[in-house]
Design a protein around this ligand. Structure first.
Ligand code: NDP
Ligand SMILES: Nc1nc2c(c(=O)[nH]1)N=C([C@H](O)[C@@H](O)CO)CN2
Length: 236
């Protein structure tokens, strides 16, 4: 039996699909969630070990790390999926917006990677993995999500630092998606405009990211790299 994979933000969409597919492949999963959904009940029934954790609260991050260290001797991988796509035009102050973006996309992965590295190194697999979910906007920026994009750029940079620090026992890579899955409240005009931004012009769905994660988990050689899953958006 493989050591568990820790996935953050498994309550919905990409994190949920990834956790479910890995569980169905008999891969043990430790998942974190913030809001309670039926999906959480389903993942628990599939055997997932689940922890509520709001990454805006450092004491909850501390408690999560301590609990995982107490209950597990090793980890196969960590997937930093949890994310808050906060627009700059929101009810919070600019200071609070930037603080939140840096907290979830930079401070949380930074703390978890450093604190749980020994568990990743203790695994029986040939090598272990850390995967950061970044974003296409790391390359281009975003007029409406400046703080979000800046924090994802910091997460992208940490991919370089952690891959050099942890090699060869742990591979560290990033996946930079663009337009994988619309949100329910995205209207027809936004959907049409967004699909035109890539060469492929489609909403590929969560399986694109699930397959990319599985590729990285199977690799023995790729590290310090970002896999771009963006439909050729950079060439439009
Ligand atoms: N979907 C897409 O097209 C794209 C996605 N990505 C990236 O891929 C990853 C997955 O995307 P997607 O599934 O759409 O993400 P979602 O925004 O749909 O879900 C992210 C998850 O993170 C959780 N989360 C948000 N804030 C916090 C917090 N403060 N503490 C703990 N958990 C939190 C959410 O919980 P809750 O339900 O409680 O809010 C949710 O489960 C993300 O990193 C995203 O940035 C990048 C580009 C495109
Ligand atoms: N945490 C999230 N990050 C992002 C989301 C999302 O739904 N949650 N969605 C996008 C968009 O799909 C964008 O890529 C469209 O161009 C970006 N990040």
């Amino acid at each position: 039996m493989n050591a568990p994979i820790l996935i953050t933000g498994v309550g919905k969409r990409i994190g949920y699909a990834l956790a479910r597919q890995l569980l169905r492949s008999d891969q043990p999963i430790i998942g974190t969630y913030r809001s309670e959904y039926e999906s959480i009940t389903e993942l628990r029934q599939l055997g997932a070990e689940l922890y509520p954790c709001d990454f805006y609260d450092d004491s909850q991050i501390r408690s999560l790390i301590d609990t995982i260290k107490e209950r597990h001797a090793s980890l196969r991988a960590i997937v930093h999926n949890a994310s808050d796509w906060l627009p700059d035009d929101n009810a919070l102050s600019p200071a609070s917006t930037l603080q939140r973006m840096m907290q979830i996309h930079v401070s949380t992965p930074y703390q978890i990677n450093l604190e749980l590295a020994d568990l990743l190194k203790a695994g029986s697999a040939e090598c272990s993995d850390i995967i950061h979910l970044t974003d296409y906007v790391v390359e281009k920026g975003s007029k409406k999500h400046i703080a979000y994009a800046a924090s994802k750029a910091a997460l992208s940079n940490m991919t370089l630092s952690f891959s050099a620090l942890f090699a060869p026992e742990i591979k560290v890579n990033a996946i930079a998606p663009a337009m994988i899955l619309f949100n329910p409240d995205d209207d027809a005009e936004y959907r049409s405009k967004t699909l035109k931004k890539s060469l492929m012009g489609i909403e590929p769905g969560v399986q694109e990211i699930v397959d990319t994660v599985n590729y990285l988990l199977k690799s023995r050689y790729v590290t310090g790299r970002t896999l771009h899953v963006d439909g050729g958006r950079h060439l439009k």
